[in-house]
Design a protein around this ligand. Structure first.
Ligand SMILES: Nc1ncnc2c1ncn2[C@@H]1O[C@H](COP(=O)(O)OP(=O)(O)OP(=O)(O)O)[C@@H](O)[C@H]1O
Ligand SMILES: [Mg+2]
Length: 289
């Protein structure tokens, strides 16, 4: 979360008019956004909307067609590769681990590559809940466990920015909760996080701001709270002995609720705040799955 008291927020990622063409397919259409230092920024969109394409461009794994991109002050397509990669952590489905090495040995290898002391391994294994499996060969792990090994590798060198492409997609609720907690802790120590997800709940809980991506275009960008206020109808559902009733937040609604309370008829009351998923459907006409 953004730390209070910071007045000037520097942009750590700047994207202006970004276009990506794969042959004839226009995967990104003139997208612009900025991510501030210390933010958790969510990129939300259904399959094929361009999330992975964006992550790959921002992390210098893919060239873009036109526009302007700056990450940590320089263009990822032109930055000095090893220096740049030392400052970022990337988790995508192609992030490799060595299947015939143990969890621990995989991480030890990357410690050497990044010039990080081996004692950091215990810390990252705790963060991803894999300390009990550290001597298991990666090839023998489940998909979700492999994803956690990759995440451990991604945070080994304490990068300034973490790019996570669907970080909890293969995880059960307990482990995705644990990973979300780890991400919050890293963020509170200063790591900026750019994450893509289809998981609206994850986005609501973790992200300071979210962008909705639809067919390669950004259709909304704001804090989850601001999006709910802007696009929600803010009605209230009241439950009485007679059943449920939707009430608008106006004088008539207030009078009705007062009456129900006076009569002792009110059993339950719920605000109908839309979820980010509801808003996405409202804006784009399609769901996120
Ligand atoms: N190497 C490629 N060559 C041609 N087209 C591609 C290539 N990679 C992606 N695309 C197309 O670009 C569009 C965006 O793909 P991308 O992988 O960025 O989507 P995504 O939002 O990450 O989807 P998912 O949620 O399924 O991972 C899709 O239409 C996809 O078919
Ligand atoms: Mg993808």
């Amino acid at each position: 979360m953004l730390r209070e008291g910071v007045i000037v927020m520097q942009s750590i990622i700047e994207v202006e008019g970004l276009e990506k063409l794969y042959k004839k397919k226009r995967a990104l259409k003139n997208i612009s956004f900025q991510v501030k230092q210390g933010e958790i920024f969510g990129f939300l969109g259904p399959s094929g909307s361009g999330k992975t394409t964006t992550v790959k461009i921002l992390t210098s794994q893919l060239l873009y067609t036109s526009g302007r991109v700056k990450v940590l002050g320089s263009d990822p397509a032109r930055s000095r590769h090893s220096e740049f990669l030392g400052k970022i952590g990337v988790l995508t489905d192609n992030s490799g681990t060595y299947e015939r090495l143990s969890v621990y040995d995989n991480l030890a290898l990357f410690c050497r590559l990044y010039g990080v002391a081996d004692r950091r391994i215990e810390t990252v294994l705790d963060a991803v809940n894999l300390n009990d499996d550290k001597h298991t060969l990666v090839g023998r792990l489940s998909k979700g466990m492999k994803q956690r090994v990759t995440l451990a590798r991604t945070i080994l060198h304490e990068p300034d920015i973490l790019f996570l492409d669907e970080p909890t997609s293969a995880l059960d609720p307990v482990n995705s909760g644990r990973i979300q907690q780890t991400l919050r802790e890293m963020n509170s120590r200063g790591t900026t996080i750019f994450l893509t997800t289809h998981n609206m709940q994850e986005a609501e809980e973790l992200c300071d701001r979210v962008a909705f991506l639809n067919h390669g275009e950004i259709s909304a960008l704001d804090t989850p709270q601001a999006l709910r206020l802007q696009y929600g109808d803010r009605s209230i559902t009241v439950t009485t002995q007679q059943g449920k009733q939707v009430v608008q937040q106006n004088d008539a609604g207030a009078n009705l609720i007062r009456e129900l309370i006076q009569r002792g008829d009110l059993l339950a009351i719920h605000s109908n705040e839309p979820t980010l998923g509801d808003i996405f459907v409202k804006l784009t006409g399609r769901g996120l799955e």
